[in-house]
Design a protein around this ligand. Structure first.
Ligand SMILES: [Zn+2]
Length: 394
């Protein structure tokens, strides 16, 4: 941590200014409790800063991998990391899958929010290891199941909500043509009912992965299914209970430092999700990473197509459409969806049209999609901004 903070102070103008404003400097870090003196950061601070002030000197932005968060606030952030960091993230990810019993030859179906998912293939994939196919999450559940049957995957990796829709569709059809051995979910919190339904239909015990797009996979479930193991070798994690560290069992807000990525450092970054630390007892799975409990997070409302089928807010890519600074979707009824757009600097005459085309494509026919340019997107009384609001009675 001390090394990283010193690096950021010397190489990243954003941190130099942020720390100087708060009267902090790296020399103040002498004993572990001094870490609490490091000023925290959050997404809005990154969004307000110029990109060139966020990237460490000596890193060439054109050589970096760019990833865009969709984020629960509806306002995206571009995150940059090096090709080496990308490999590191992949390895962290594979460690989770392998610890849970996946093998090199297992065929994976990745249910993705991108219609034409083009992932750079690693050389081991060209050799036939870890074969992976993509399924488009916005396709109707029936079509996804047909595509999945062709792939016949051993492993499925998916948004929790997509998995839960597929399970419901299989129950409706009365039988399943696919028999994955392992299911991994990510991106949203599952209700106990949804988890139970997926497990029952697919005859598995699904494992959930808690990720933060800015950083990668942070915590994950193991075969013991009791809490989430924290990738404590890659992140410095604090659970803040109102200005002091949470005690075991106590809830607090996640503050996290990415220890492995220097191109665009995230130091004491407030994610906004609420977690708690589990009691420090050894896990029967053999993994010695500490465990946390994920309590509450980015649970968005669901949207509904005109025929009533559920659509996850996660599969929209509105935030990536040029000219969109922030957005919010308000479903008034099964027939009417309002999309509010706060224009960004590259807003143009076709921004609203592009948003409408995209939303219509995902939502399907029979729904009136109204796209409106607004001057401000207001927050909830809690201070949190909801990206999706459904006014349909459950
Ligand atoms: Zn375990």
């Amino acid at each position: 941590m001390r090394d990283l903070v010193k690096f950021a102070w010397e190489k990243v103008p954003f941190y130099r200014r942020h720390y100087e404003t708060a009267g902090f400097s790296p020399e103040q870090l002498r004993i572990p409790t001094d870490l609490e003196k490091i000023p925290t950061t959050h997404k809005a601070l990154f969004q307000q800063a110029d990109l060139k002030n966020l990237i460490a000197r000596d890193f060439d932005t054109s050589r970096l991998v760019k990833k865009r968060t969709s984020g629960s606030s509806g306002s995206p952030l571009n995150v940059y990391y090096t090709p080496e960091d990308r490999i590191y993230r992949t390895l962290m990810h594979l460690r989770i899958l392998f610890h849970n019993g996946m093998g090199w030859r297992d065929r994976m179906a990745h249910i993705s929010d991108s219609r034409h998912a083009t992932e750079d293939r690693y050389s081991f994939q060209k050799l036939g290891f870890l074969p992976k196919d993509f399924i488009y999450a916005a396709d109707p559940a029936e079509k996804q199941l047909t595509d999945l049957a062709k792939i016949n995957p051993d492993v499925i990796y998916s948004y929790a909500s997509s998995m839960s829709l597929l399970a419901a569709e299989i129950e409706r059809q009365g039988q399943s043509l696919i028999h994955p051995r392992l299911i991994f979910t990510t991106g949203e919190l599952l209700s106990p009912d949804e988890r139970e339904c997926i497990n029952r239909v697919f005859k598995v015990k699904l494992r959930d992965i808690y990720g933060v797009v800015e950083m990668g996979d942070v915590a994950w479930q193991c075969p013991a299914l009791d809490g989430y193991h924290l990738n404590a070798d890659s992140f410095w994690v604090e659970i803040d209970a109102g200005g002091r560290p949470a005690q075991p069992g106590e809830a607090g807000r996640l503050v996290i430092t990415n220890l492995h990525s220097r191109a665009m450092p995230f130091i004491r970054y407030e994610v906004g999700d609420v977690l708690s630390v589990a009691e420090n007892v050894p896990c029967p799975c053999g993994c010695t990473f500490p465990r946390i409990k994920v309590l509450q997070g980015r649970a968005d409302d669901w949207l509904h197509g005109a025929d009533g089928h559920k659509i996850s807010p996660l599969i929209f890519v509105i935030a990536s459409i040029p000219g969109v600074q922030q957005y919010r979707m308000i479903q008034r009824s099964y027939e009417h969806l309002l999309v509010e757009i706060l224009p960004g600097s590259d807003f143009g005459p076709d921004t609203l049209t592009k948003v409408q085309e995209h939303v219509l494509e995902v939502m399907g026919p029979g729904l009136h999609v109204e796209v409106k340019r607004v001057g401000v997107i207001s927050k909830e009384a809690s201070g949190k901004m909801r990206r999706v609001i459904s006014e349909i009675e459950p």
